[in-house]
Design a protein around this ligand. Structure first.
Ligand code: C5P
Length: 217
């Protein structure tokens, strides 16, 4: 049987990574976190002092960074950036670089090339741009307060300092940039199953999505 392509889009903190990872494990499919790719590119370009502005050579520059995935690890060239891309500093800048069309073009083939064995992929434009012919499209969402609360608790659980109000403002700001950008904005694709996770437990969400996949392939 053909391996399905299952995609999850939605705003920051809706639970996409956790849900998609668990779903992939249950369905025995590879998992693709596309946010990690945008984070790696943003982190690296900023380190190279490339400002978040469109320039003619930016796409080839992104391609030449050599962003790669090795299981759960994210590499840029030979350097493992898995931990470095999960900081508040990267949270603050990633949407600025992700809004640039040439950055998005530079990551398109890498994302599509991961789908040969089917996959569960999560991001912002999975259904609309990267995998428009996906077997199952899901839009996962939750209220900004619930999403900020989750991120806050994650940080505290990881032993980091955290400020709920600051996270809430940042969640809202990132939503605003991701939804209003001209290139591949975050939106609900027609054909997507919309799941609001505000009042659902993690197993409930995963179960609902697994049934949606089983019903369609
Ligand atoms: O999902 P995550 O929070 O790691 O994504 C970080 C940022 O990367 C998002 O806020 C968005 O700006 C960008 N992104 C994107 N398209 C994707 C995945 C992430 O623009 N497919």
């Amino acid at each position: 049987i053909r391996r399905p392509i299952v995609v999850l889009d939605g705003p920051a903190g809706a639970g996409k990574s956790t849900v998609a990872r668990m779903l992939a494990r249950e369905l025995e499919l590879p998992f693709l976190d596309t946010g990690a790719l945008y984070r790696a590119v943003a982190y690296w370009l900023q380190r190279q002092k490339v400002p978040p502005e469109e320039t003619p050579d930016l796409e080839s520059r992104v391609l030449s960074l050599g962003v790669r995935l090795e299981g759960e690890r994210v590499l840029v060239g030979q350097e493992d950036v898995t931990a470095a891309i999960r900081t508040e500093a990267v949270d603050r800048i990633v949407s600025l670089y992700a809004a640039l069309p040439s950055v998005r073009r530079g990551l398109l083939e890498l994302q599509r090339s991961q789908a040969e064995q089917g996959l569960v992929a999560e991001g912002r434009d999975m259904a609309s741009v990267v995998f428009p012919r996906a077997d199952v499209k899901v839009y996962l969402t939750a209220s900004p307060q619930v999403r900020a609360r989750r991120r806050h608790e994650e940080r505290l659980a990881a032993g980091q300092t955290s400020d709920y109000e600051a996270i809430l403002r940042q969640v809202e700001e990132r939503d605003r940039i991701d939804s209003s950008r001209e290139c591949a904005p975050l939106r609900v694709d027609e054909g997507a199953l919309v799941v609001d996770t505000s009042d659902l437990s993690l197993p409930e969400v995963v179960d609902r999505l697994r049934r949606a996949v089983e019903g369609r392939v």
